[in-house]
Design a protein around this ligand. Sequence first.
Ligand SMILES: Nc1ncnc2c1ncn2[C@@H]1O[C@H](COP(=O)(O)OP(=O)(O)OP(=O)(O)O)[C@@H](O)[C@H]1O
Ligand SMILES: [Mg+2]
Length: 327
Amino acid sequence: MVSSLLQVQNLSVRFGTVTVVDGIDLSINPGETLALVGESGCGKSVTALSILRLLPAPGIISGGGVAWTGQDLLKLPLRALNDLRGGDIATIWQDPLAALNPVLPIGTPIIEALVRHRNLSSAEARTVAIETLQRVGIAQAEKRLKDYPHQLSGGQRQRVMIAAAIAGKPKLLIADEPTTALDVSVQAQILELLRGLIRDTGTAMLLITHDLGVVAQIANRVAVMYAGQIVEQGTTAQIFEHPQHPYTQGLLLATPRLHGDSMPLPIPGVVPPPGRWPTGCRFKTRCPLYTQPTCDDMPPLMPAGEAQPARCWFAGTPAWDKAKVEA
Ligand SMILES: Nc1ncnc2c1ncn2[C@@H]1O[C@H](COP(=O)(O)OP(=O)(O)OP(=O)(O)O)[C@@H](O)[C@H]1O
Ligand SMILES: [Mg+2]
């Protein structure tokens, strides 16, 4: 059995009295890419922030645990946690401009992180920083080390963020919408870069994205999140070929790169916000399979026969009539 690198067990998060993440389980094995997908507000970023105990106040982890190579991350002393952040666990956030310090040359944080987390001398760290910037496609890297973030384009800034994240050869990369802030033409390049880098280095990744086209290209496994819960989890092939949950089925129908003739999201309405989740199945207000009183009880995340687990009493039933939705 492969022991997992990261294990999130029954994790719940609250902001004040409002639960926003509700008992989720995830695990990531060494070298594996797990995609966490779902519409805006489902709790993806809050999940990522919780893993590194970076929740903004008044957010608290109200239940469950996070284990890193078997160690309880939630009990880890802050010093050890800081060694892990930016060391074995690196992050890339959506907005590189917000993540880069505007008054520091771009090379400085990369070099400092290598000195701090990887015990390199300044000279060695500088060499690795230059090599890594070259690897992510920054030309004249030695000269660019002294550039400030505002001197770079959005795509270059995200390349720098990726360089900063991978320079120290992390075991896990947490990438939260790493390409969303970029032009569409640049998104594909950055994604290709990321895919090559993690493949070459054997880095595991938690990839958070709205874009199922991206997931198909890069992930080994997929967890689908809806209103604070995981509603389906399986291998990329299982999710794409036999989506069990109506929510997953709906998201897939609207994914352009999978259907040349992509259609708009067939799912009516919006995700209910935290504090307004319906009782029972949280997807019931938008689901064509909604049946009373069955769906007024919360379905467990349960496997249906041979298929991957899905949180639906009617898992596996096709929910959307493609012809009808298009008409
Ligand atoms: N600082 C905060 N204070 C209060 N509530 C918050 C805070 N941050 C997030 N939330 C709530 O937590 C819920 C989940 O937010 P989260 O940012 O994890 O969503 P997401 O799935 O990452 O969405 P997106 O795709 O838009 O990034 C949201 O509904 C939001 O209202
Ligand atoms: Mg988010």
